[in-house]
Design a binder for this molecule. Sequence first.
Ligand code: ZN
Length: 157
Amino acid sequence: MSDIRELYQEMILEHNKKPRNFQKLDKASRTAEGYNPLCGDRLTLYLKIENDVIKDIGFEGSGCAISKASASMMTVSVKGKTQAQTEALFEKFHQMLSGDQASVDLSEIGKLAVFSGVREYPARVKCATLAWHTLKAGLSGSSEMISTEKEENDSMS
Ligand code: ZN
């Protein structure tokens, strides 16, 4: 188990250092902003959606290693997926972090499993889910800034 932990830690640090899709999209069809006041994580998400599919995705922002790595890995995971597939993935991710982890088939979420240990640090769960909440807002077309401190109203919580 500790070997896996170490591997996970390394992947998070690597994505933090070299975030994927860390760029503004010139022709984004939607943008969304997210903020986690507890940690100070901020990000802006750019989406290019065609025929219900996330054709391209990019983000900019600053924050802790977990928030940045999570945003980076999220962009990799959802590129090319439909909105429904993306929402299903978010549900599994959220469940892994704050729900009944045993009911989540970790093989279904692929590399996102590196964040499974974050659930032991409740304050960090919001860092890991910030990008996903922001993505959800972007997909639904909401232009309101997403703050993790409104999560109580979120049916997914
Ligand atoms: Zn954070």
